[in-house]
Design a protein around this ligand. Structure first.
Ligand SMILES: Cc1cc2nc3c(=O)[nH]c(=O)nc-3n(C[C@H](O)[C@H](O)[C@H](O)COP(=O)(O)OP(=O)(O)OC[C@H]3O[C@@H](n4cnc5c(N)ncnc54)[C@H](O)[C@@H]3O)c2cc1C
Length: 429
């Protein structure tokens, strides 16, 4: 791979949105590169790993891309900064620092889990719900482990199914949403039969499982590793013995690169796009969960629209637009059903860690009026994860707007930064 290449269309993210964007963009002959920081394509939902072979929809779109001579798929490559003049600074373990130039850029960077701190959330054995799935797909053995899955949203059920398939004993699923919301949501699934079927598959063997609505995790305890978790259920505390706790409160759009490029965000904190998936920045489109969390079907439909728009060839988007509207309505129903309630948003005790990279507690930051002040005074968000976890939690608790990212987004090698050339060539902040 040369260190300095140019493509007509560059797609960042090889999940359902990015892969479908790349396929659509390639169909009119554009030179397309799709890159992702994971070693294998698929993004979150189609994540591959030992014992997790690619699913049929991934195989189909990946095979289609491989058949195009004008498409390059780069894995294990991450974007660490935007550069001036429609270019990105990349880093890979194999090739080090690289630049890639683009005519059109499609952001398909997906979403992240929202982790909300509770006492003991940094104990070994405590992860996000989606993170548990990623670990299992990545080969972490959980056979016969007792797992409590908690937080909110449909991802809990996906984690339940993955954990059970891997031989774990799921002790309980703890959902913060009230039972009435869940009942309304379940009834609404008749409008999307494929989702109804998926829910039925994920909850197979549900009978006998503790599925507690209106409940939140209060504390995890253990000597060196989680051994117990205390749940607040109907005003009462219940303690369960377990080997793992997987707790995630839904997803938030991953807008780091979009923000660094100057793309406007909407009121939900997602990348604002128009009807053709164009962002507010010329030459930059966005698709999938970075534009709003809505699931795989919405992501791949938006990806296809973005790909066709980016390649510039005339194409009738009527069917894709109708599909997008349908899945957007489904996303709105998910949002309403799993909206975070007061118990989930309740501030944990002041001595609870908020920033686990820099050991900063809730009490340390709570006196400050906004994220920037809190960060400058406490180092909150200045560690390895650059505020991706604690910044989202702080927004949830204090209503602070999302922190503006500063490239490099992740720790990068000095050689990579040198590759970027003069610091003046890094896109102005
Ligand atoms: C941890 C987790 C697990 C999930 N599991 C499920 C599940 O089992 N079932 C389900 O229905 N939904 C699941 N989801 C929801 C899922 O995100 C969507 O349904 C779907 O995958 C969204 O597709 P997407 O293409 O928008 O984004 P994704 O599939 O998330 O793909 C985005 C890709 O962009 C890459 N990326 C981001 N930034 C950069 C960068 N700077 N440089 C390089 N690459 C970058 C990411 O690593 C990722 O591979 C999960 C979400 C998360 C966060």
């Amino acid at each position: 791979m040369s260190v300095n290449q140019h493509y007509d269309v560059v797609v960042v993210g090889a999940g359902p949105a990015g892969l479908n964007a790349a396929r659509a963009a390639a169909q009119a002959g554009a030179r397309v590169a799709v890159l992702d920081d994971n070693p294998r394509v698929g993004g979150q939902i189609w994540r591959q790993g030992p014992g997790h072979a690619p699913k049929a929809p991934l195989r189909e779109v990946h095979a289609a891309l491989q058949a195009y001579p004008n498409v390059a798929v780069w894995s294990s490559v991450r974007v660490v900064a935007p550069l001036a003049g429609r270019a990105l600074l990349l880093e890979s373990a194999e090739h080090g620092g690289m630049r890639i130039g683009y005519g059109q850029l499609i952001l398909a960077t997906g979403a992240r889990e929202r982790l909300l701190p509770f006492a003991g959330w940094t104990l070994p054995g405590v992860t996000g719900a989606g993170a548990l799935q990623a670990l299992i797909k990545g080969g972490t053995p959980v056979r016969e482990e007792r797992i409590v899955i908690a937080g909110s949203g449909p991802l809990l059920l996906a984690s339940l199914a993955t954990a059970r398939a891997a031989g774990a004993e799921v002790v309980a699923v703890i959902e913060q949403a009230p039972a009435a919301s869940l009942a309304r949501f379940t009834a609404s699934l008749v409008a999307t039969p494929s989702k109804l079927m998926q829910a039925a598959q994920l909850t197979r063997g549900f009978v006998g499982l503790r599925y507690w609505s209106d409940s939140v995790v209060r504390e995890a305890r253990g000597a060196g590793r989680v051994e117990q978790v205390t749940i607040l259920r109907g005003g009462r505390e219940v303690t369960l013995a377990c080997d793992r706790v997987a707790c995630g409160y839904g997803l938030v759009p991953n807008v780091t690169l979009a923000q660094a490029l100057g793309c406007a965000l909407d009121e939900r904190g997602a990348v604002r796009v128009d009807d053709t998936q164009r962002t507010s920045v010329e030459g930059v489109l966005a698709a999938g969960e970075c534009t709003g969390v809505g699931g795989m079907e919405l992501a791949r439909t938006e990806g296809a629209i973005a790909g066709w728009v980016a390649n510039g060839a005339p194409h009738d988007l009527t069917t894709l637009r109708a599909q997008r509207s349908r899945w957007q309505r489904f996303a709105e129903r998910v949002d309403t059903a799993f909206a975070l309630g007061a118990a989930a948003r309740a501030l944990p005790p002041a001595d609870t860690l908020l920033c686990r990279c820099e050991d900063v507690t809730i009490g340390d930051v709570q006196a400050y009026p906004h994220w920037r002040d809190a960060k400058l005074h406490t180092r909150c968000g200045m560690g390895a994860c650059q505020g991706r976890i604690c910044g989202t939690a702080a927004s949830t608790y204090f209503g602070w707007p999302a922190a503006q990212p500063r490239p490099p987004f992740q720790p990068a090698q000095i050689a990579t930064l040198i590759e970027a050339g003069e610091s003046a060539s890094v896109q102005a902040q």
